[in-house]
Design a protein around this ligand. Structure first.
Ligand code: SF4
Length: 333
């Protein structure tokens, strides 16, 4: 499989962790964006298995399966190995080596003040995250980005401090050893934050997700369980669509009808059962081609392996060149 990377296109780098089945939040929040980026930029998209270990180091039973699952999801949603480089992070040892070199120059307080450091420890209280790897997560992220000399990193608001830290590490490296690392910019994207079944943000840690790979029957059951307007107890009660998770989905999957749905909800002309059914039909129609491709790929693991192998070869070439430059600049070669 050959891939032609255009010399003139800017470079974009982004990764996703294989920590369970990818869900609608991942699809609408990142993957849809990646699919559109692959036509405009030279994109490096990776399965961040090393990052998954920073929080999941004590539970690796499903890691291999999750990696394959994510690879299948990436290809199913429309990422094309002829247009972008898709690979597994740990297949490119240059990420880890550059991470080590960066760890020599990154001051500890820079890492301790990253907002997600404290919030994640709080969120995952049951885990022991007092590890070197977890604190160093943003250094590895800087290596992931700078090893490809990325121009842009697609991020939402909450990831901005990580890109800023990457720039700071790049500047510090350049100050010590000469101009090797270009500072990347954020590619701000307005990601819709999708509510989960319980109305909170859709997240694996809340167990409130609809997976891209869920069979239609499972999706139907999950949609039926979705929390709507809690103040709407009887069918004749008037609804408040803005507090309803189902309405948030109509906004994405059923845009042309949105005004009508809101008016019917507010006047109690529509009930939640029919409203959910309508959303379910739109969702299943949207997921159908993705799930069809998924089923094909499940029967053809060779195709998935080929995509990752060709991505690995391409990524290693670029990563190897950058690492060489970095090592030369640091007096190691
Ligand atoms: S009618 Fe629809 S939008 Fe209104 S509360 Fe019920 S599910 Fe939500």
């Amino acid at each position: 499989m050959t891939l032609k990377m255009s010399e003139h296109k800017k470079i974009v780098v982004s990764g996703i962790q294989p920590s369970g089945k990818l869900h609608l939040g991942n699809l609408m929040g990142a993957l849809e964006n990646w699919v559109s980026l692959q036509d405009k930029y030279n994109c490096y998209f990776f399965i961040a298995d090393l990052h998954a270990l920073t929080t999941g180091y004590d539970n690796i039973k499903k890691l291999r399966e999750d990696i394959v699952d994510v690879a299948i999801d990436l290809l199913s949603v429309g990422l094309d190995p002829k247009k972008c480089v898709i690979f597994k992070q740990s297949d490119i040892p240059e990420h880890s080596e550059l991470h080590l070199l960066f760890s020599m120059i990154t001051p500890l307080p820079w890492l301790e003040r990253v907002p997600t450091y404290k919030s994640k420890i709080e969120e995952l209280k049951e885990k022991d995250l007092g590890t070197y790897g977890f604190l160093g997560y943003p250094v590895l992220q800087a290596a992931d980005i700078l090893i490809y000399k990325a121009d842009f990193v697609p991020v939402g608001e909450d990831q901005l401090p990580h890109v800023e830290l990457t720039r700071e590490i790049a500047r510090r490296f350049n100050n010590f050893y000469g101009e090797v690392m270009p500072a990347p910019k954020e590619l701000m994207t307005e990601f819709p934050v999708l509510p989960g079944l319980d109305g909170r943000k859709m997240s694996k840690s809340y167990g409130n997700t609809i997976a891209i790979s869920d069979p239609p029957e499972t999706i139907k059951k999950k949609v039926n369980l979705m929390i709507t307007d809690p103040a709407r107890i009887k069918r004749e009660d008037k609804g408040h669509p803005d507090v309803c998770a189902v309405f948030a989905y109509h906004k994405i999957f059923n845009k042309p009808e949105i005004k009508k749905i809101a008016a019917e909800c507010e006047s109690a002309a529509r009930g939640c059962v029919e409203c959910k059914k309508e959303f379910l039909n739109h969702l299943l129609a949207y997921l159908e081609p993705i799930q069809k491709k998924r089923a094909e790929l499940l029967k053809d693991p060779q195709r998935v392996a080929e995509a990752l192998n060709s991505g690995m070869a391409k990524a290693r070439k670029i990563a190897g060149a950058t690492l060489n430059e970095a090592k030369k600049a640091m007096g190691l070669i």
